[in-house]
Design a protein around this ligand. Sequence first.
Ligand code: PMP
Length: 292
Amino acid sequence: MANYYNENTIIYLDGKFVKAAESKIDLYNQSLHYGYAVFEGIRSYKTVDGTTKIFKAAEHYHRLKNSANALHIPYHFDSEVLIEATYEVLKQNNLQDAYIRTIVYGPSNMSYDINEESHIAILVWQMGAFLGHNLLRIAVSPFQRPNPKGFIITAKACGHYVNSMMASNEAKSRGFNEALLTDMNGYVAEGPGANVFFEMDGKLITPSLGNILPGITRATIFEICKDLGITVEEKFFTKEEIYGVDAAFFCGTAAEVIGWESLDGIAFKKDWNDTLSKKVQSAYKALIVANK
Ligand code: PMP
C-alpha cells in the first residue's frame, strides 16, 4: 500500500486545516455505500522559477462543481476559496510536485434521498509519473465504459471508477500495462483514468465527446496542437481502424502524456521519438512547469 499520509500530514476538511490521521468518516456514510460522491484529481508542479503552480486549478474546481450539480450533491463552495485552501494544504505539507484529491461526499444516510449538506476534503501527496516512463502495452478491455443512459458520464463521480478498476485489473491480469475501454456502441472511448489520442497520416484523432469524460488534459492537448499547427480530428472509430497506426498516447492529469508501444500486441508504426505525439508530449511537459 502506498504511503499517502503520516502523523504530520495536514488535510483541508470542511473549512479547517486538520491532521489526516485524526480525520474520520463514519460507516453509515452514503457515499461509501453507494459511490455517490464526486472528486477531482489535480496536480501541482514546481515551476521554472521555483514557485508552486496548481495546473488548471480553475478548470478542475469548475468541473467539480458541475459534477456535484449533475448528481444533485449540495455544493456551496467557492472555487477561489478552494484554490487558496489547496495552495495552503500544499504549503503546510511542504509539497510542490504533488497530486491533489478534492472530494465532495455526503453525510451519514442509508437512504437514496438527496442531502442538504455535503462534506469537502482536500488531500495531497507526492506523486511522480503515474503510468511510468516507458511506452505502454495496452489491451482493449472486455469492459465497456458506463452507458451515458445509465450514468452522467461527464461527471467525475466516484461510483464510475468501479468500471475503471475492473478494466484496469483485467488488462493487468493478462500482462498488459493498462486497458483501453470502448463505449456502449463498441467505439474506442478512453482509458480507466485518461483520454486517448492516435496519430495517423500527419494528424491526431481522438474520440468525440458524448461517451467519455471530457478531460482537462484533452482540452489542453487541443490548445497545444493549435499552437503547433497539428490537426486534431474528433470522431467515433473502432479498434480495427487504429491498430498499427503511427502512434498513440494517453493523456490525463495523473497520466500526463504517455506514449504507447502497442495495442492488443500490435505495435504502433513509428519510433516514438519521430512522432508528432512526442512533440505534443514535450510541449505539455514545458507547459505544466511554465511560469504562467
Ligand atoms: N477519463 C477518465 C475516465 C478519467 O478518470 C480521467 C482523469 N480525470 C480522464 C479521462 C482525464 O481527465 P483529466 O485530463 O481532466 O485529468
